[in-house]
Ligand binder design. Sequence first.
Ligand code: IVH
Length: 700
Amino acid sequence: MYDNTLQNQLFDRSKSFLNIDLSIENYDDLVEMLVFHEWKYYVDNSPLLSDFEYDQLYQKLVTLEKVDPNIIRTDSPSQRVSSDLSQQFETVPHWNPMLSLANSYNLEDLSDFDKQIRKLTQIEEESITYFVEPKLDGGSVSLVYEGDELVRSATRGNGIAGENITANAKAIYSVPLKAKFSKHGIFRAELRGEAVIEKGVFAKNNKVRQENGLEVFANPRNAATGGLRMKNPLDTKDRGLVLFIFQLAYAVDKGGNDVLPTLMQHSSSLDILEGLGFKIPRKEKQICATIEEAFEVCTTWENKREEYNYEIDGAVVKVDDIALQNKCGSTQHHPRWAIAFKFKAKQATSTLLDVEYQIGKTGAITPVAKVDPVHLAGVTVSSISLHNEEFITQKDLRLGDKVLIERAGDVIPYIVKSLQELRSGTEKKIVFPTNCPFCDTTLSKAEDQAAWRCENVVCDAQNLQRMIYHVSKEAMNIDGFGKSYVEKFFEYGWLKDISDIYNLDYDKIAVLEGFGEKSVENLRASIEAAKKNPLHKLLNSLSIHHLGKKASKLIAQQINSAFDLVDWTEENFVEIKDIGPVVAENVMYYFDQPANVEMLRRLESYGVNMNQTEEDKPKQAKEGAVFSGMTILFTGSLQTMGRKQAQALAEEHGARNISAISSKLNVLVVGEKAGSKLKKAQALGTVQILTEQEFLEAIA
Ligand code: IVH
């Protein structure tokens, strides 16, 4: 789904976004990043950001969307819960959405949560009972019981529907196959819980895997989530999963009446489940009369987290009273009556041995610390990015320093600080290179930028990175031509710059080990296909600093050939809506370099498309379209077509779809059971309201 280069890139960009104020222009990028990080977390099981950092990015997104609700994309992470649907198992809908949790990090956050609860429930003075639970770090599972029998189990999936893993759930010994729900007047129930692996079992599992030459798991969570999706339930059994139940999400009697409110408290529902044989995450003190007390419980557990048999990455504070929970309700993403209290990321110390320098596709030099290998939250860490020179100077890092390392969110290690009190006096200053470590060109740095760059257009090391990006899915998408081939061919001297990709000697490749006739033929076919790519893809694939996909598309709409840009001035660029002086300056700089233009000429001579194609042209709405220049929004359920189909029709007839009611909305189309959006639009008084039938007549 994402190749390594792109992952690297998205990671770097996410990190840089953390440190800057974002504007609407960054919105699309931000959505792309968050979708990627969700995928890393929920699908790929290897998150790159700490939850805290993810939250920061997510908050930036929410802020931008608040400033201008018109920009909200339907694929924005704020519009859905995350997805882990793999195709192995049948997809089944959950009876209630399986939500996530909002996060808190300190007493202040928890106090805000308490205030919010009081506002929602209109309780001013009276005590609110909170129930605190360990936040187990594993995989979410739902269990459905009917007539006292386990009938279905599912993973969380996208929150609305998950994967049917009933056979595997049965292989988890802490899951009762039968439970006497009828004793409590319950005919049908849906339970939620977390499948985890005991730390000791995890370590043993990994040892056996290592001995058998299998890849070891990075952490117990990965082993648990993987264990839920084994194709053979026997493998799930061998993984030694444990399922802790943390919620009775649904309970009805034979007549279909909701039994939950009669149980009164969340804690009493857990007592019932415990009585029925389920495993509940118990701790010495869980019921708290105030939010301060809940905070104390959280910090006590945090201080003792290493003593527990299971990985816990936080605590969950829940309103205990079920009636109050119902008053609070939920957002699309999380219940408003519960919040996670996240524990601090894990830390370790090591010695900073050396600093190496890497170069990116736009010439940025990244320092990387080599440290004495240290075991941290399940993996061995020996290389840590230091981001840029300023990071080193700000933290006053020196070679030989003892450093404090943190693996926030499990994967990316980070140097928190050097332990200066441990210095012996032999530590050496880190001298950032003045010249490119690869081609010796003097490095330069723009005033407002953190990175030193090599501006040598023909720097081999940079060209290598550019070629890796060029062939990737994100750029020219040359199927079957991955990073390892680029590196190999580069090493053989067959690739020096992007143009060489289109002038390969296939006979030479055919005799390489691992290459058959068929694979050479496939490679040739992919390269031939890439030659026909639209112009915007080519522009984006050149790794011009600050020129991303969106800007490439906007520019490609305005030119006949890539070579037009040789003569373009800043004025030409900034005339295009959404293109600013930074993009202009960088593209002009690129086309000012004769070596770049020569390289493009070579591309042209090898048959790579340099001209505007149909795909590059701006999409035109139908002539004289009825909704030309208008914004439109569909609400309620439509009878004759799906939402997407309706939006596409509206676009065809000149409208722009937006997703929130504001003064910017021109037309609201109401389907059946339209709710608050209709009311809001009516209140505004400026929105034209159409029924589905009227909309269809308008475009007929
Ligand atoms: S409550 C309304 N309680 O954490 C229900 N979740 O980050 C929302 N988790 O998807 C969840 N321990 O898989 C809840 N004691 C606990 C939990 C817990 C672990 C997981 C759960 C959820 C995720 C959210």
